[in-house]
Design a protein around this ligand. Structure first.
Ligand code: SAM
Length: 452
């Protein structure tokens, strides 16, 4: 076996070990390791596949391995077995003998003879006997949890909130690699021009069937395109693009984005303002604010202003009743983005959801005071959870009597999913992230109607 391939498996092991110890997010680590270990060409794809695949299927792989492991084993050995088994079960281009050989070589390098012998023995036994059947698991919740590798509490909670069928579909969809999508910067170009340009660069592109400014990349990473570096596009999920669409933005408006970094929605809002008006973008830390500034600069947007600020204190810094639109894209549990960030499946707990809810409430209460009478307040999250989403906005409406539900205005493709002023998007709906968007209007519609 060539050293290069070794490097791929060793790199996967290194990333998965660090993720397991909660040292870093898999996506950031992956980029870092690719650069440091000089991984190039098709090996980048292989490393990405093995790392994400193993992480995505962790519980299933452990279930498969369990009958073959008798003694307690070190964490790195367990991860090595998982990533080897992942290749044996889910990747059909690599022969089992090559996978086993490489696992044994890594085990020899890192452990003693006993460990490499054990790795060899376990993988050969799996090869001989096959993996245990999932149909042994009788409890339906436990079965989904193991089959799709989600924590049982999460599957149970979703089943109670949305029903078991929808939950199963969502858990299955969470295992699929998402299609990369991007938003066209309509202040400088059109979707047709960008598609043409990208196709000349060698990308395979189709227009998004969901948003008018969206494109889908069927081949090629758009972040590495000329169109990206020239500020013609922003890599953004289609569900995320819906938020600025829901804001019903008109030229010259004054808009506040309370939780803005890295600026995906801020820059979309600025684009929708067509270079007029202003969007003020807030976030907690300077290094995050810099990401918004960099994005606005790359896109040539001059109507973005950024400030480091805790949005739970916005009324101390801005005049009440002064913004046409206020967006709260709240910090959330992120359960809608498990395809892109599988680490979240294993790191989030029920307690996290509860504590996030009080932050969401606090930001929403403060932000609401800055909306002009007749203006709109938009609340969004990239999570799928009834209590965190509907619970938060219902609670808000109960205590904020000057607000009323305002019908969501979204592209036609989304209307089947909308319930009056809110929408819960599931990853299986059209392949976008799981997202929640709700819209409220301040003041009485009949008395102060400054929205056309
Ligand atoms: C869901 S992300 C925002 C994504 C962003 N809107 C976009 O589209 O690119 C939530 C952001 O809220 C920020 N945040 C969390 N608590 C905050 C607070 N109290 N005040 C301001 N920002 C906060 C986080 O730093 C994080 O960047």
């Amino acid at each position: 076996m060539g050293n290069k391939k070794h490097n791929v498996r060793e790199s996967a092991l290194e990333i998965l070990e660090a993720v397991e110890k909660n040292q870093a997010y898999s996506n950031l680590l992956l980029n870092h390791v690719i650069e440091r270990n000089h991984i190039t060409g098709p090996d980048i794809g292989l490393l990405t596949e093995i790392t994400y695949g193993t992480l995505q299927r962790k519980f299933t792989l452990d279930y498969y391995l369990q009958p073959f492991i008798n003694n307690k084993i070190e964490k790195w050995v367990q991860i090595l077995l998982r990533l080897s088994l992942y290749q044996m079960v889910y990747l059909d281009k690599i022969p089992d003998r090559a996978i086993i050989y490489e696992a044994v070589e890594i085990a020899k390098k890192r452990g003693h003879r006993g460990i490499s012998g054990m790795v060899n023995g376990v993988l050969r036994a799996v090869q001989r006997n096959g993996v245990p059947s999932l149909s042994e698991i009788k409890d339906p919740i436990e079965r989904i949890a193991i089959e799709t590798s989600h924590p049982e509490w999460m599957v149970r909670r979703w089943s109670e909130q949305f029903g078991i069928e929808k939950t199963k579909e969502m858990c299955e969809e969470n295992l699929n690699a998402p299609i990369q999508t991007a938003r066209v910067n309509t202040t400088v170009t059109t979707r047709e021009e960008v598609i043409d340009k990208l196709e000349k660069e060698g990308f395979e592109i189709m227009p998004s069937p969901i948003t008018p400014e969206g494109i889908r990349s069927l081949k090629g990473n758009l972040a590495h395109s000329k169109a990206f570096s020239e500020g013609l596009i922003t890599v953004q999920d289609e569900s995320s693009m819906l938020v600025a669409n829901a804001m019903n933005i008109k030229n010259d408006q004054f808009i506040l984005d309370c939780c803005a970094a890295p600026g995906g929605k801020t820059t979309h809002i600025a684009e929708k303002l067509n270079g007029t008006g202003k969007v003020i973008a807030l976030d907690l830390h300077q290094h995050k604010i810099k990401l918004i500034d960099d994005n606005a600069k790359r896109l040539g947007l001059n109507n973005v202003e950024t400030e480091v600020l805790d949005s739970r204190k916005v009324t101390e810094h801005f005049q009440k009743n002064s913004f046409d639109r206020v967006l709260v894209d709240a910090p959330c549990s992120g359960l809608g983005v498990l395809r892109k960030k599988p680490d979240i499946k294993y790191s989030k707990s029920l307690e996290d959801i509860t504590s996030l809810q009080s932050i969401q409430q606090a930001i929403l209460q403060q932000a609401a005071q800055l909306v002009k009478p007749g203006g709109l307040l938009i609340y969004s999250t990239c999570t799928v959870d009834k209590i965190e989403n509907e619970g938060t906005v219902n609670q808000f409406l109960l205590t904020s009597t000057e607000f009323e539900a305002y019908p969501l205005q979204l592209p036609e493709a989304i209307t089947p999913f909308v319930e009056e002023n809110k929408v819960q998007i599931f990853p299986q709906d059209f392949g976008g992230d799981g997202f929640f968007i709700a819209c409220f209007k301040k003041g009485n519609v009949k008395q102060i109607d400054i929205i056309q």
